[in-house]
Write a protein that binds this ligand. Structure first.
Ligand code: IVH
Length: 696
């Protein structure tokens, strides 16, 4: 090595250490020493050295934060320790109940809690191996998330290398967010550049983290705060959660200074009130505070409920309220013809978004709250919840025409509006003759829990119906790329994507297909019951409803007498589907127009029938799911089980046939073991299914 390169190596090492130190002072200690210009100067000098001496470049160099290539899509990361959610409390009494549950489980005296802000951002998991940042992922469904390593590397608050003494495997959990001031500045830049502004810091942070091109993420002012751990190998854990947070801070991780150790319910309430009064002055948005039992040993003992720990709770701040004026009360026509009054509001910023509309539900609700157009009203919105009009703040000036009257004709198709006795909703009687109902029927058909056709949203459906390209769901499967590409806002590429997602929706399970039809009253659960009972669409269409009603009645009579004799009831046929739903099914399925659409749909989508052969193997069997499965979302497992004619129940009893377990411990498993219920894991389950599908 010559003298020049040796000097360069030393200088590069010095600059790297300095840059990391300044990052740490800036992001973790909030106590910067160098100015931005000094920092940038050092970074440029280091870049120059590394380009003259490429062998000196290291993966954890601050120059290597921004990768070059945009991704085509994010990969998946299976979390080695699941990322859980938190139980919520919305009132003092709910917090008191949480505290009592902990005391009752055998904690004497005041319980010590670690108290922290509830950051309003996005949860991520950061994995360090031998001190080096190797992978970062979003929470996803808790079991697996998206691999956003490239984007997280650009976040300067996240050290690429931990300070000395990090365990060999160290997973840090925390929240990515944006400071309010930096968010405002970002929006200012977006405005100047003629680009779209973000609604609030949370959305801006989420949008920035989910960029396929890390160079875009790199110019977004993202921050990070750590609040916990995932997998840790190669070190003992401290005794308390507050010590974990201190440890994280020592290793160079930003940990919010807004944390405290508090004693008992009183201490917790004091912390909550103090944060609530100071929240507007914090640099970032928080939507509550989190309390965690401080002792890690106690946390272990307390364990988990479903997907949340028993030892922690998020106490949310009250929903934000603001005053605004109702400019008009319009009517929206829903899928089954329900006429819903909607308040058009003078735009008002509340709970982190600008609200311009709020549903008023129905006529009675408007009367009860005595809402008139022109009234100044109180609007409330919390977190992801839809906005609501709480009541009148100041009435009027009220002219007679400002009072809401339900129209007697549908505003869209002019058919008569009917309101049945005992029903809150007024309905358009136009059925599928009404354009609004047709549009809603298409949207429902394509929705996530129905046929799940990604990209088929309101704007496209409006155009498809208005341009007479699709009248019923059956027409969706006849669409061609050329036709779709002509719609506003779409090009060839998006048109092809839409066709791809339409094609991907063929062959969905029968239960989804039935739900997608939008038969009045038939929700997801009822659709599953129908799919289990009829196995195929043909037999559903051939159903003799009066015979079924008779059968149900005699079934009920038999059960009533069994009950009198103290015997166990036999399973009901079509459980949960009462006379009203049966009448609705009969009416819907008898209409020639509907049958035609269903036949056409069956032809093009070929719903996956409930496998008849399994009726003898798994039909009627009961599964209980517990823990997080390594490769499968809970909903997915549930759907599979149900497609095999079995059902999923939430608690283990002697009637449970199988417990499908993701973890090796937990209350449900203990009960299952005690009762001798068969326990299988995901691979056992897949094997079982494979055998059934293979016919063995
Ligand atoms: S702890 C084991 N602490 O809240 C519990 N979560 O509803 C795991 N969050 O997805 C979470 N601030 O994104 C924890 N101080 C904090 C938090 C926090 C915000 C978010 C987190 C999580 C969600 C849970």
């Amino acid at each position: 090595m010559n003298a020049a390169s040796d000097q360069a190596r030393k200088r590069a090492a010095f600059l790297r250490a300095e840059l990391e130190r300044h990052n740490y002072r800036y992001y973790a200690l909030d106590d910067p020493e160098a100015s931005d210009a000094e920092y940038d100067g050092m970074l440029r000098e280091l870049e120059k050295i590394e380009s003259s001496y490429p062998h000196l470049r290291t993966a954890d160099s601050p120059t290597q934060r921004v990768g070059e290539k945009p991704l085509r899509q994010f990969g998946t990361v299976v979390h080695s320790v699941p990322m859980l959610s938190l139980l919520n409390a919305f009132s003092e009494s709910e917090l008191a109940a949480f505290n009592r549950r902990i005391s009752d489980s055998g904690c004497a005296g005041n319980i010590e809690y670690s108290a922290e802000p509830k950051f309003d951002g996005l949860a991520v998991s950061l994995r360090y191996e031998n001190g080096e940042f190797v992978r970062g992922a979003t929470r996803g469904d808790g079991a697996s998330g998206e691999d956003v390593t490239g984007n997280l590397r650009t976040v300067r608050a996240i050290p690429l290398r931990l300070r000395n003494g990090a365990p060999s495997i160290f997973e840090i959990r925390g929240e990515v967010l944006m400071f309010r001031a930096e968010f405002e500045a970002l929006n200012e830049r977006q405005r100047v550049n003629g680009e779209k502004e973000f609604v609030n810091p949370r959305n801006a942070a989420a949008g920035s983290l989910r960029q396929l091109d890390p160079r875009v993420t790199a110019v977004r002012p993202l921050r990070f705060f750590a609040y916990g751990l995932g997998e840790v190998v190669g070190s003992e854990l401290p005794e308390s959660h507050s010590a974990v947070l201190d440890w994280l801070a020592e290793l160079g991780m930003p940990v919010s200074v807004e944390r405290a150790v508090v004693q008992g319910l009183d201490g917790a309430l004091r912390f909550y009130r103090s944060m609530d009064s100071r929240r507007a002055r914090l640099a970032f948005d928080i939507d509550g505070v989190v309390f965690k039992v401080n002792s890690l040993a106690r946390q272990q003992e307390l364990g988990f409920v479903a997907r949340a720990p028993r030892f922690a709770i998020a106490y949310k701040f009250a929903a934000e309220e603001a005053n605004t004026i109702i400019t008009a009360i319009d009517i929206q026509v829903g899928r089954t013809g329900t006429l819903t009054p909607v308040a058009r509001l003078e735009p008002v910023f509340v709970g982190g978004v600008t609200v311009t509309n709020a549903t008023l539900h129905n006529e009675d609700e408007i009367r009860r709250k005595d809402l008139w157009a022109g009234d100044t009203v109180i609007v409330r919105r919390a977190g992801d919840v839809i906005p609501e009009v709480v009541g009148v703040a100041k009435a009027g000036p009220r002219k007679p025409a400002d009072q809401f009257v339900m129209p007697s004709e549908c505003p869209i198709c002019k058919s008569a509006v009917i309101r049945l006795d005992g029903e809150a909703a007024a309905r358009c009687s136009g059925g599928l003759f009404c354009v609004a109902q047709r549009k809603q029927a298409l949207l429902h058909f394509a929705s996530r829990r129905a046929m799940d056709i990604e990209g088929l949203g309101e704007k496209i459906v409006d155009q498809l119906v208005d341009r007479k390209l699709a009248d019923s769901p059956a027409d969706i499967y006849q669409l061609r790329v050329k036709e779709i590409a002509l719609l506003d806002r779409l090009g060839d590429k998006s048109a092809q994507n839409l066709i791809d997602s339409i094609n991907a929706s063929r062959g969905r399970p029968l239960s989804r297909f039935i739900f997608a039809l939008g038969i009045p009253g038939i929700g997801e659960e009822a659709a599953k019951v129908l799919a289990r009972h009829f196995h195929s669409l043909d037999s559903l269409l051939l159903a003799d409803w009066s015979a079924i009603a008779e059968e149900k009645k005699s079934n009920q009579r038999a059960n009533a007498s069994r009950k009198r004799r103290g015997e166990i009831a036999a399973p009901q046929i079509l459980e949960g589907i009462g006379p009203e739903l049966m009448a609705s099914l009969e009416k819907f399925l008898a209409l020639a127009q509907n049958r035609e659409i269903i036949h056409a749909l069956a032809e093009s989508t070929k719903p996956e029938e409930v496998i008849a052969g399994t009726a003898t193997v798994l039909a009627g069997k009961t599964f209980v799911l517990t823990g997080t499965l390594p490769n499968m979302a809970r909903d997915q497992a549930k759907e599979m089980i149900e497609s095999l004619g079995a059902r999923v129940s939430s608690s283990v009893s002697s009637k449970t046939d199988f417990v499908l377990a993701g973890d090796l411990s937990g209350g449900k498993l203990e009960t299952a073991r005690a009762l001798g219920v068969r326990i299988i894991d995901e691979s056992g389950f897949m094997e079982l299914i494979g055998k059934i599908r293979g016919g063995t």
